[in-house]
Design a protein around this ligand. Structure first.
Ligand code: SF4
Ligand code: SF4
Length: 701
């Protein structure tokens, strides 16, 4: 068997050399950009969290298993990779032992003759084969030919995916050929357990040549597969665990990604700050974590299938956002790496490639792509390899907004209003306390410090203070807190916008200004606990202000109200005989995982019958207002709020409920249009959960 060992080892050396060269190339390319020391630091200091993430996300396949059929198939195929490594130890052992002793009857020391191991190997190989059949069926059923744009595979490299399925199939059938032939020849290490291999051993002829061919084919296909993997989207086999390791914990949602220049948090006070370095303008501005995202995308399209922009015919697909950057990075790779090594380029084509703007009419990404994003997080939530689409979009928006001054013109009005008046509508700050006059009890307004008996600072928010529909929620919450005996105070004219719309637009400088002003007010007032009605304010106060030194215990009003109902301090007794469907605000649900409390409150209101929309909780569909989209025109495709209301109407509701002032506006506008066109009944309205609760509590009191 000497020739078998020689061929096997020569093939191995060649394949490892080719694959190794590619890995080196990928490493060099990924490290041409700025560093991301915070990712390493986090992983280094949160070892327990990272181990848990690997166990749950990588080995447990948490996200994939939510997609039952393809998830189960992927679970078995992935575990086949790990378990069948033992078969490769046996295969290499057999060719080496065969060369030395003439008999390839190698077994792994200690465990290598256990029937349980033999069973596990055969079982996972069969499960893997079934997984391949499932994958093939799913790909055919969901092919772009059959579903067009609605296919999650639309835009993916389909040929490469089929090639990989074919290669895995080859690995599995040659595994059984080699093992069956070994069993027929009496060289197989297992006398029981390996049910398929032993059965094949009973039917295959005794033939040393067949066993040798089986071993070489099994090893050969694996080596070809290795080379294909490192040159294709299947690179994710190796990069996905790394991407999970270095992704923002717990899930790259909630707080917007911190803005960094050369790996350090941006300091707008720094006189040496180069204004051209804000955000990402060219591919060379991408950190190695960004490249790791490119390398990890499996092109599965789960993100695309959930994206509200893509689903309403806008040009944004989160998958293509990653793939377009990856393709450009590979096209520019030799020049990027040469530039990094200090070589100057004079060729105009090369320079054009290197300088190609990441965003622009002639850029890698069309501007409509990044401005279509609502930051809803549906893509990040679904991505099985933890790619951080919103972080990419935000960094591109930052460059566009702060360096190029290029963003949808309508948003410019909002920016000016924030700069001049501290709220997006440009209204006088004195109007912020007007709603208080409409109540029949006193509300304390902070002058310098929090009143001694006030437990919570009620953060009213710009919409809650100034927008008519949202003011109803504000008054309902204030009244409920008053009835429950919870002492609170408000900032009134001292409150300014949290800065969320500025930050999501990419105006980090303006966000910093507003945030610092608010943090100073809150800290000076001695605020410890905050309740907010707006999920965007809630998210910013709870998750982003700590980045700037403002740390408070922040709750959303639905969390506090659900607790007060639970404790018996609020008792809904008057029946509301209505069928209600609840819309999950993205910044409350997906970004902050508050799904149950609004539903718990409604469940306590007598008479209410709830009916979920098809897309709810972590798959909830955005209203279209997030990511500063509230302040931009929606000119492309179907309006997102209309799409959401169409879905709500399929439940035939009497009322649509939600827990966000911006969702109220967006859904309310779409409902009005539907009423005008006769598609919705006149009595249909959208209300905040707090309004339902006060109605049931107050009518009885
Ligand atoms: S955050 Fe939402 S809108 Fe933006 S790309 Fe992801 S899914 Fe699409
Ligand atoms: S970004 Fe994630 S969810 Fe989207 S296609 Fe790539 S791997 Fe799939």
């Amino acid at each position: 068997m000497l020739w078998v060992a020689i061929i096997g080892l020569v093939m191995t050396v060649l394949a490892v050399a080719v694959a190794g060269r590619r890995v080196l190339f990928l490493y060099k390319l990924a490290t041409v950009g700025p560093p991301a020391p915070e990712r390493v630091e986090y992983a280094r200091t949160h070892v327990a969290d990272e181990i848990k993430a690997q166990l749950v996300e990588v080995f447990g396949q948490r996200k994939l298993l939510k997609w039952t059929a393809s998830g189960v198939a992927h679970f078995f195929v992935m575990w086949a990779f790990f378990i069948l490594l033992t078969v490769y130890v046996e295969a290499y052992g057999a060719i080496i032992q065969g060369a030395i002793t003439g008999t390839p009857d190698f077994h792994i020391p200690l465990i290598g003759t256990w029937g349980a191991l033999g069973f596990l190997q055969d079982f996972i190989a069969v499960a893997c084969l079934l997984g391949l059949v499932a994958f093939a069926a799913i790909r055919i059923k969901n092919s772009p030919k059959a579903l067009g744009r609605r296919s999650r595979f639309s835009g993916s490299h389909l040929g490469g995916a089929w090639l990989v399925l074919f290669m895995i199939f080859n690995i599995i059938w040659t595994l059984f050929l080699a093992r069956g032939a070994a069993a027929a020849n009496g060289n197989f290490p297992y006398s029981s357990g390996a049910f398929v291999s032993l059965a094949l051993g009973d039917v295959l002829p005794r033939s040393t040549l067949l066993e040798e061919i089986g071993l070489l084919l099994h090893i050969g296909f694996m080596l070809v597969f290795l080379v294909i993997v490192v040159n294709s989207k299947h690179l994710h086999i190796f990069t996905a665990p790394l991407n999970v390791l270095f992704s923002r914990r717990p899930d790259a949602m909630g707080a917007a990604v911190e803005m960094r220049v050369d790996g350090k948090p941006v300091d707008f006070e720094d006189e040496d700050l180069d204004p051209e370095r804000l955000g990402r303008g060219k591919i060379a501005d991408t950190t190695w974590k960004g490249f790791l995202d490119f390398y990890s995308c499996t092109e599965c399209g789960r993100c695309q299938s959930q994206c509200p922009a893509w689903n309403t015919d806008k040009p944004l697909s989160p998958k293509m956002l990653i793939l377009d950057q990856r393709d450009h990075a590979f096209a520019a790779a030799p020049y990027l790496m040469a530039a990094e090594a200090g070589q100057q380029h004079k060729d105009t084509d090369v320079l054009a490639l290197l300088e190609k703007p990441l965003v622009g009419e002639e850029g890698v990404i069309h501007p409509d792509v990044i401005w279509s994003c609502t930051n809803c997080g549906a893509c990040v939530e679904q991505c099985p390899v933890d790619i951080e689409h919103i972080d990419h979009i935000l960094d591109m928006r930052r460059y566009q907004a702060m360096v190029e001054s290029s963003f949808p013109s309508e948003a410019g009005v909002m920016v000016k209003n924030l700069e001049n008046k501290g709220n997006p509508w440009g209204m006088s700050e004195m109007k912020r306390a007007d709603w208080i006059e409409e109540l029949d009890f006193e509300v304390e307004v902070v002058e310098d410090t929090m009143p001694a008996d006030a437990e919570y600072l009620f953060w009213v928010g710009c919409a809650g203070a100034l927008e008519d529909r949202a003011k109803k929620t504000t008054k309902a919450v204030a009244e409920l807190l008053h009835i429950a005996g919870v002492k609170f105070a408000v900032l009134g004219p001292m409150e300014a916008c949290t800065g969320d719309p500025a930050r999501r637009l990419g105006m980090e400088y303006l966000f910093n200004m507003l945030a610092q002003q608010n943090i100073e007010t809150l800290n000076d007032a001695g605020v410890k606990k905050i309740v907010a009605t707006c999920p965007h304010c809630f998210n910013t106060l709870a998750n982003e202000y700590p980045q700037l030194g403002g740390t408070y215990e922040v709750v959303h009003h639905t969390q506090l109200l659900a607790k007060l109902v639970d404790e018996g301090l609020l008792t809904p007794v008057t029946p509301i005989e209505e069928k209600i469907t609840y819309h999950d605000p993205c910044f409350l649900g997906r970004h902050n995982k508050v799904y149950s409390q609004p539903r718990d409150i409604m469940a306590k209101v007598p008479g209410v019958k709830t009916q979920e929309m098809h897309r709810h909780k972590d798959r909830g569909f955005c209203c279209g207002a997030g990511g500063a989209r509230m302040w931009m025109e929606e000119r492309i495709g179907k309006r997102i709020n209309t799409e959401r209301v169409d879905e709500a109407l399929t439940t035939d509701p009497d009322t649509v409920s939600t827990a966000c002032p911006f969702c109220m506006v967006m859904l309310g506008d779409a409902i009005s249009e539907k009423k005008n066109s006769g598609e919705a009944k006149e009595s249909l309205e959208v209300v905040d959960v707090a309004q339902l609760l006060i109605k049931s509590v107050k009518d009885a009191s």
